[in-house]
Design a protein around this ligand. Structure first.
Ligand code: PLI
Length: 463
């Protein structure tokens, strides 16, 4: 007889640790000093002032032994590196796009695609904004229009595909401004700023149809597309028995092209991708990349980086790998829920997004509740998170006023293959402790505001 009844069978990450990077601990007093020095902006902390770093999953992943071994095979020829051709082959094989231009990271790809496709006065509909994507669209003279379903702006709506485009909103925009003023529609999957929420295959097929009807291109921000494929397998009728790789390729087949920040799905530290079926766009990007990034066979990357990317593509589509990644994020959310801590539902693919409006209801939005909460969590335990609210949303280009997003969130983002369940427990307990003392927390005042992407470098002081 067992002393205790078996009530669960646990899952574990499909890897073991071979190399470790020691973490530095600090005291609360030291962190108060570090936070003040950093202007209460977690982006301005030094990384050795941080204990558990949940700022981002971008470029912070642990590469596998196979990826590290591949780094030694870097072919650093200026032109025609063999690593480039291996990467290109994998982009054709797994994403399904015939043409490829490498870039050093995602925003470089966004910059070039925006420059190539957008004319001043154009409108670009998409499923919610992303900071760098929107900025590049605006800098090219375009205006981003949010056509995501309304459910995405409600943190507690449990819609399984909150990343879906509202087809009526899209049709209405086309009718209002005319198809000629819309160079492309874009979909990110999952949607970062909505809480890591996916779109469904049914939705992307429907968007494709509308685009075809009006002769508009459809582009994909495929930065975390493996997670989108996982959610489709889990939640959408007809996909349960399909492999992640098959769903992934089918998803991509709906698009004219994509840009990717390889620093996420591909489990590397640097890299970006433009890939497309459109030969004209390819030729322009292939030419433009030599101006901004480097020759079209390296695009700002070392050969070894491209080798790690190529190998990362092969690893990212394993079911067990993506299941464990999403499983960690889910574990964090489920543990937070036990303390009654408010966060965006359903739990997203790459992060748990705390609802700072509900966490700190006594703060007005222009006292920066999410910025405040991220700073308080850091001071409590050294866990670094990121503001995703009014600071990230920036100002209205025409009026100069703050944009006031409905979602005022703090993102706890999980780098791939980096932290253990114990790190998550420490994080959850710290947030619970901040929650317990939340009524005493005061807001912030912005003291320095940079012109572009202000959340990265803005400074604050305590009210
Ligand atoms: O950080 P980049 O330049 O490699 O990629 C820009 C970028 C594009 N699209 C999406 C959906 C992103 O999430 C993204 C970058 N995200 C960051 C840095 C993040 O922390 O979420």
């Amino acid at each position: 007889m067992l002393k205790k009844k078996i009530t669960r069978r646990s899952w574990a990450e499909p890897y073991k640790i071979k190399v470790v990077e020691p973490l530095k601990m600090s005291t609360r007093k030291e962190r108060e000093k570090y936070a003040k020095k950093a202007g209460y902006n977690t982006f301005l902390l030094k990384s050795d002032e941080v204990y558990i770093d949940l700022l981002t999953d971008s470029g912070t992943n642990a590469m596998s032994d196979r990826q590290w071994a591949g780094m030694m095979l870097g072919d650093e020829a200026y032109a025609g590196s063999k690593n480039f051709y291996y990467l290109w082959d994998n982009i054709k094989k797994y994403y399904g796009f015939p043409y490829f231009v490498p870039t050093h990271q995602g925003r470089a790809a966004e910059h070039m695609i925006s420059k190539i496709l957008i004319k001043p006065g154009d409108y670009i509909p998409g499923n919610m904004y992303f900071t760098t994507t929107k900025l590049h669209q605006e800098m090219a003279g375009g205006k981003f229009v949010d056509v995501i379903i309304d459910e995405a702006h409600d943190p507690y709506n449990e819609h399984p595909f909150k990343g879906n485009i509202d087809l009526q909103k899209l049709e209405d925009l086309i009718k209002k401004v005319g198809a000629k003023k819309i160079p492309y529609v874009f979909m990110a999957g999952p949607v970062n700023m909505a809480g890591g929420q996916p779109f469904s295959m049914k939705n992307v097929r429907a968007v494709r149809k509308i685009c075809d009807k009006h002769g508009i291109q459809l582009w994909f921000d495929a930065t975390r597309a493996t997670e989108n494929a996982y959610f489709i397998k889990e939640r959408e009728k007809g996909f349960k028995s399909k492999t992640i790789a098959a769903i992934f390729k089918e998803m991509c087949s709906n698009f004219d092209g994509m840009w990717v920040s390889a620093k996420k799905d591909l489990m590397v530290n640097i890299g970006g991708i433009i890939a497309t079926k459109n030969k004209r766009v390819y030729n322009e990007a292939r030419n433009m990349v030599v101006v901004y990034e480097g020759l079209h066979t390296y695009g700002g990357l070392a050969g070894r980086d491209m080798e790690a990317m190529a190998r990362g593509i092969e690893e990212m589509l394993h079911y067990d790998s993506i299941k464990a990644r999403i499983g960690q994020v889910r574990y964090c959310g489920e543990e937070l829920a036990k303390y009654g801590i408010p966060f965006v539902k359903p739990i997203g693919g790459h992060a748990v997004f705390l609802d700072a409006k509900k966490f700190l209801p006594h703060l007005k939005q222009d006292e920066f509740p999410a910025q405040t909460l991220a700073a308080e969590i850091y001071i409590d335990s050294g866990v670094r998170s990121m503001e995703r609210g009014i600071v990230s949303a920036g100002r209205n280009k025409e009026t100069g006023e703050h944009n006031y997003p409905k979602l005022e969130l703090v993102r706890l983002t999980f780098p791939r293959r980096v932290y253990t369940q114990a790190h998550i427990d420490v994080t959850v307990e710290s947030i619970a402790s901040v929650y317990q003392n939340r009524k005493k927390i005061k807001g912030l005042k912005m003291t320095y505001e940079p012109k572009y992407l202000r959340f990265f470098q803005a400074r604050f002081k305590k009210l």
